[in-house]
Write a protein that binds this ligand. Structure first.
Ligand code: SF4
Ligand code: FE
Length: 483
């Protein structure tokens, strides 16, 4: 692993020059700009844990391609043990950052593409897997961060990719050359895009045969000519000024992943970086494998976040003098219960993992969908309980400027104090953390990241084996199976 820690990761980002815009202006250095730096630090934690004695076993793996030690985020899962270790790693990272650390998307993309490339080669005699392995060994040895790029803008959603008035609404091959392809289009909501090294482009949905040019998997460096990123706004991002460290809530790592639009305007991709080109019949499998891996993650990374949130609320009740009330204890108990229920399904879908023909392991897809569906409810319920316990203070707290003001600072200190001996600043800090962790941007991520709730419900019904369940009921009551 060339990049050995967070500092080396950040240094590596300074050496590349991707085109990144925020609020209409170019960002020259994402590691230092206040909008992006917190997200860079969160991703850097994935590098830090790999060299940390306590977490090294979770954060690293042995490459099945080279036998060398690599980051788990670049690993192709070789068994159930790998799947479970990934889940445990994500919870620890959620606990240490309190936010999205972004690197799992690339890992899930790597695993989905690996298994599908094998199956395409088996059917068509292509050599996608060999190309992919070459690229992957480079990623593993250099220890690069990969953004898994799936979601297309989709334009008019009543029409498929090939029927759009504007063909660029889905990333597609605009031109085929002897030495590669030229691509156009964009990917939206790209977590970690601005602070990755490579983009792994995948189709956004199952494609019909007439959408051959859209059935595309390839890898592009973030600073390839023609790639432009626009970083998204987040709630309270103006508070990330150094003078407002308390008010920003999560000054070190940001409130959520840090997402960007990535536009591809005639980007050339050499042949050796193309891992699917036109095999529409494999697009559905690829998307579903990626989604299932990512849905499994959510009961782990979000569990880590909710550990922090539960701790923050518990501490706030202590310093407000309400921690011993029975309803407070009951609500904290409920937060823990919901959180551990989510974690259980992440562990369960990993424990029920199975080998694809390539040898790469998949999670149990039904349980992964159930896991993510529950995140869209439980995270909101945990946030609701946190806001309930924290009180109206979350919405009315004066700013750090007032706390530090010569004129009114004494009033803030006096009237926002709690239990004697605890500095008012502590109460303000922890309240801001709860505000940031229950705010809109953080929760939208739990609702729509890894697919909207309806995407999971479709798969839950599809995989629910209803006919089998009807047979069970009939058999139990002696009703003929054909009746
Ligand atoms: Fe990883 Fe969770 Fe962020 Fe997805 S939302 S990239 S699983 S930390
Ligand atoms: Fe996500």
């Amino acid at each position: 692993m060339k990049l050995k820690n967070g500092a080396e990761y950040m240094e590596s980002l300074r050496k590349i020059k991707p085109v990144v815009y925020f609020k209409g202006k170019r960002i020259e250095d994402v590691t230092r700009h206040p909008a992006t730096a917190p997200h860079v630090r969160a991703a850097a934690m994935t590098y830090a844990l790999a060299s940390d004695h306590e977490h090294r076993e979770l954060a690293t793996a042995t490459s099945h391609l080279t036998g060398r030690t690599i980051s788990r985020f670049t690993h192709v899962h070789q068994g159930v043990d790998d799947l479970i270790k990934k889940i445990k790693l994500l919870r620890v990272l959620g606990q240490k950052t309190g936010t999205c650390f972004q690197r799992c998307v690339g890992c899930d993309g790597i695993n989905a593409v690996y298994s599908v490339a094998y199956e395409i080669d088996e059917k068509h005699g292509t050599s996608y897997l060999d190309r992919f392995k070459d690229w992957l060994m480079h990623i593993q040895d250099e220890n690069l961060m990969v953004v898994g790029a799936m979601t297309d803008p989709k334009g008019d959603r009543s029409k498929g990719p090939a029927d759009q008035p504007d063909p660029d609404q889905y990333v597609h091959v605009a031109e085929r050359r002897d030495d590669g392809i030229v691509i156009r289009g964009a990917k939206l909501h790209m977590t970690g895009g601005v602070n990755s090294h490579e983009i792994l482009i995948m189709p956004t949905s199952a494609m019909r045969e007439d959408a051959r040019d859209y059935a595309l998997v390839c890898a592009v460096p973030v600073d390839a000519p023609g790639v432009t990123m626009i970083f998204g706004r987040q709630a309270s991002d103006d508070r990330r000024d150094k003078k407002e460290r308390i008010d920003s809530g999560t000054p070190s790592f940001g409130a959520v992943g840090g997402e960007a639009v990535i536009a591809f305007e005639d980007v050339f991709v050499p042949k050796e970086r193309v891992f699917m080109d036109g095999e529409t019949e494999f697009t559905g499998t690829l998307v579903y494998r990626f989604a299932a891996h990512h849905r499994a993650n959510y009961g782990a990374c979000k569990t880590g976040l909710m550990d922090v949130l539960t701790g923050a609320v518990s501490y706030l009740t202590q310093i407000q003098g309400t921690s011993k009330a029975s309803h407070v204890k009951d609500k904290i108990t409920e937060m823990i219960h919901l959180n551990e229920t989510l974690y259980s399904s992440s562990i369960a879908c990993s424990a029920e993992g199975w080998p694809t023909p390539s040898g790469a392991y998949m999670v149990d897809t039904m349980l992964a969908n159930v896991c993510k569906q529950n995140v869209t409810r439980f995270h909101f319920e945990v946030a609701r309980l946190a806001v309930d316990l924290a009180g109206g203070l979350l919405a009315t707290l004066p700013s750090q400027y007032d706390l530090e003001s010569e004129e009114v600072g004494h009033l803030v200190r006096k009237y926002f104090s709690g239990v004697a001996g605890i500095p008012t600043e502590h109460r303000m800090k922890i309240s801001r953390l709860i505000e940031a962790m229950t705010g809109s941007t953080a929760l939208v991520e739990s609702m729509h990241g890894a697919g909207s709730p309806q995407a999971q419900r479709i798969m839950i019904l599809r995989e629910g084996e209803l006919e089998k369940k009807i047979k069970l009921a009939k058999a139990l009551m002696g009703i003929p199976q054909k009746g």
